[in-house]
Write a protein that binds this ligand. Structure first.
Ligand SMILES: [Zn+2]
Ligand SMILES: [Zn+2]
Length: 263
């Protein structure tokens, strides 16, 4: 069986955990080494049990603790070549035998877990997210994208579980205190997905087997958990989905891991 936890999610740091009988993988280490250890304690796991760390892109909210924990626990790191180049000077020296290239648009097997990488639209070197396939079950992780293209929808559709970006409420962002240049970046095609756009994209990819949707990477300044969930629920309901019957929608938190859940 495949289990997962959204360890931390938001602009202050991201980390996602997935395990099967044979492998224990971390996706991103966007909090300090110490905070990463505390998150692992909360789900009753140890960093030294990890078999690898997958990296999505080089923004600091995804790699802040990466170098520290990879060195301390001698963990292999997987990233595409452009991401490696972009983050090399940010994470410090990593021994060559811990560096692995995971190209965009490929599938890599970790024992009984197949991990598929796919590109997103975001202002990093070559950002990519992952679909986890295990014994017919499908788990999708997608945040940090300006929009969800038809190509991406084709790859992520009909998952059992979605961890899906719901970054901001467009009105809160527009009215908020951010300078216009940052607002423009967030709203752009290489920024982040709004609550409304998350819902519209989800409407296209939810399948009969979809049971859980986790709203992720919420902006601290331009969103609220309640608002994100309400917006997504309302939009999905208006499209004929029965939220709470067909599937449930869950929050994620910048500091508190979701409990380990089976897919
Ligand atoms: Zn991010
Ligand atoms: Zn980012």
């Amino acid at each position: 069986m495949m289990q997962f936890s959204v360890l931390a999610s938001g602009s202050t740091g991201n980390a996602f955990y997935v395990e099967t009988d044979t492998h224990r993988l971390l996706v991103d280490a966007g909090l300090s080494g110490k905070q990463m250890e505390q998150l692992f304690q909360q789900i009753d796991r140890q960093l030294n049990e990890l078999t690898g760390i997958l990296v999505t892109h080089e923004h600091s909210d995804h790699i802040k603790g990466l170098g520290t924990i990879a060195r301390k626990y001698q963990l292999p790191i997987y990233a595409n070549e452009k991401t490696w180049k972009a983050m090399e000077r940010l994470i410090g020296d990593i021994p060559t035998d811990q560096k692995f290239v995971f190209p965009l648009g490929t599938v890599r097997s970790f024992g009984d877990l197949d991990v598929e990488s796919f590109g997103v639209s975001h202002d990093a070197a070559e950002p990519m997210f992952y679909v986890f396939h295990h014994k017919g079950k499908k788990l999708v992780l997608i945040t940090d994208t300006g929009y969800v293209s038809d190509r991406m929808k084709g790859i992520i559709k009909h998952a059992d579980v979605f961890v899906f970006e719901s970054n901001h409420d467009v009105e809160m962002l527009r009215m908020g205190r951010y300078p216009w240049s940052i607002k423009r970046r967030i709203l752009s095609d290489v920024g982040h997905v709004s609550n409304e756009d998350a819902a519209l994209a989800l409407a296209d990819v939810i399948g009969d087997q979809t049971k859980r949707i986790y709203l992720a990477h919420l902006s601290q300044d331009n969103n609220m958990k309640e608002l994100a969930r309400m917006t997504v629920e309302q939009t999905l309901s208006s499209k004929g989905f029965e939220v709470g019957q067909q599937f449930d929608i869950y929050d994620t938190d910048p500091k508190i891991p979701t409990g380990l859940m089976y897919v």
